[in-house]
Design a protein around this ligand. Structure first.
Ligand code: URP
Ligand code: ZN
Ligand code: ZN
Length: 474
């Protein structure tokens, strides 16, 4: 089956060119100037992309479908979450398999692979949350790397749950250095935060806003600094997830300027939401915006610093940390965020975003003049493919690569709302936001899976993508 996408402007991390794209089966076989070929004669299907951008499918390297957290589960399953991702222009996620204390690394990985297999609308990879570092876990890392899971997430936060101490972190980093694996770090000083949380509750400070206030920027920047020191000691690659504080970003910039193989991401929630406008909302509404690292105060300048970091490559990736919990209305999971009414420490941590990211970065970045079109694609697709070992199969439009393609209408104007999204969560953090630019058509390995408002794919279209060891230093 041959498909021709004609008349559009192909945008990659490098180029913006008028070009037609010919697909045979699952891969791109030719890219050529319009009017210089006769591909329409041989194509089974022609998609007219006149006036549209033809871009690589988004890659979201940080999602948590079905994550157990705080006595409940993230409300999107692999089925619902990946279908929503497709509507939002994302054709691959990397989710996190979970090892909890007392369980084996391999057991956790197999459990997550079973949840994903046969259920995904788009392609997927797995990182591994290593929640119990011991001799066996370290040995098991070799087996997972051979199975294409080449990145391991550690937590300096959440004592008693996923937390690792500095000794365990150093041991895991040494193993990663020996095996060319990536260490991903949730960098917050969890021990200090626990003290601040206890003290806040003792003062009667129970509202959602105290989640943000008991995780000050210094608890993030200190942890980022410590993670960098430990990774340098071990000689490991480090990727810091969900960065939200400008002071923490300064630590990343300093490490990269020294030439260390340190990478970092931020997420849309830290670029668009604030304590002033969202977390401190009346009543319990602020619970919608409780996540860790926290949403911070706009007046402190974090958002501006993060956008600048994205423009200057101090930050390399925008992921989502998609981890939705309902406020009022989930038929099975109930009123999840309300578990923390009267005690902010019990609010499940996480926000939806997998469907929003691709367009929101176009909006805040390109429409609002902070980055150009090529950087938009680099931040939402190409850089993740390179850092996590799947480039050029994924993350670009080139001859021989997977035909994961989004046709994007740059002129469409619309208003974001829970009423139109496909994520299995009963609110949108961006409700009422007016935006420009919309995903029109989505192809996964050559098959049209989204056409406007219509879903044409099927559960199980998505395949597991084994990833290579880390081979990028900057
Ligand atoms: O609030 C968050 N980030 N929830 C998901 C778990 C994590 O720490 O990534
Ligand atoms: Zn985290
Ligand atoms: Zn996460």
């Amino acid at each position: 089956m041959k498909t021709l996408i004609s008349g559009g402007t192909v945008v990659t991390a490098i180029d913006t060119v008028p070009a037609d794209v010919l697909i045979d089966g699952e891969v791109i076989i030719a890219i050529g100037a319009p009017g210089t070929h006769t591909w329409a004669d041989e194509a089974d299907k022609v998609i007219d992309a006149t006036g549209k951008y033809v871009v690589p499918g988004g890659i979201d390297p940080h999602t948590h479908m079905e994550l157990p957290f705080g006595g409940t589960y993230a409300s999107d399953t692999f089925e619902t979450g990946t279908r929503a991702a497709a509507f939002g222009g994302t054709t691959m996620i990397i989710d996190f398999a979970v090892q909890v204390k007392g369980e084996s690394l391999i057991g956790g990985f197999d459990t997550w692979m079973e949840k994903a297999e046969g259920n995904c609308a788009i392609d997927y990879g797995m990182h591994m949350i290593a929640g119990d570092i011991n001799e066996q876990s370290l040995a098991d890392m070799d087996i997972l790397i051979d199975r294409g899971c080449t990145s391991f997430k550690l937590f300096m936060a959440y004592p008693g749950v996923f937390y690792s101490d500095d000794g365990d972190i150093l041991r895991a980093m040494q193993k990663a250095a020996d095996t060319d694996a990536m260490i991903m770090m949730h960098a917050e000083n969890g021990m200090a935060i626990d003290v601040l949380r206890e003290q806040a509750l003792a003062r009667g400070e129970t509202d959602p806003v105290h989640h943000s206030l008991t995780r000050p920027a210094s608890t993030e920047s200190e942890a980022v600094h410590r993670a960098i020191v430990l990774s340098e000691l071990a000689g490991a690659h480090l990727y810091v997830v969900h960065m939200s504080a400008k002071e923490a970003l300064e630590e990343i910039a300093e490490a990269r300027d020294k030439g260390l193989p340190v990478f970092a991401e931020t997420c849309p929630q830290y670029l668009f939401l604030s304590v002033e406008d969202h977390v401190s909302a009346d009543g319990f509404e602020g619970a919608k915006y409780v996540c860790s690292t926290p949403i911070r105060k706009r007046e402190e300048g974090h958002q501006d610093a993060l956008w600048m970091g994205l423009a200057t490559n101090d930050l390399q990736v925008v992921s989502t940390d998609h981890c939705p919990f309902c406020m009022d209305d989930h038929p099975i999971l109930g009123t999840q965020k309300r578990l923390g009414e009267g005690d902010f420490t019990k609010i499940p941590n996480g926000l939806p975003g997998v469907e929003d990211r691709f367009q929101l970065i176009y909006q805040g970045g390109v429409v609002e003049g902070r980055i150009d079109l090529n950087r938009w694609i680099e931040l939402t697709s190409t850089a993740a493919a390179k850092i996590f070992g799947m480039y050029p199969k994924k993350g670009t439009i080139a001859v021989g690569t997977d035909a994961d393609i989004v046709i994007f209408d740059p002129e469409a104007e619309w208003t974001k709302s829970v009423a139109q999204h496909h994520m299995d969560v009963d609110y949108s953090p961006y409700e009422g936001k007016e935006v420009k630019g919309r995903v029109d058509t989505v192809l996964l390995r050559g098959n049209v899976i989204v056409d406007g408002d219509e879903y044409l794919g099927a559960k199980g279209d998505g395949e597991y993508v084994p990833r290579a060891r880390v081979s990028i230093n900057h």
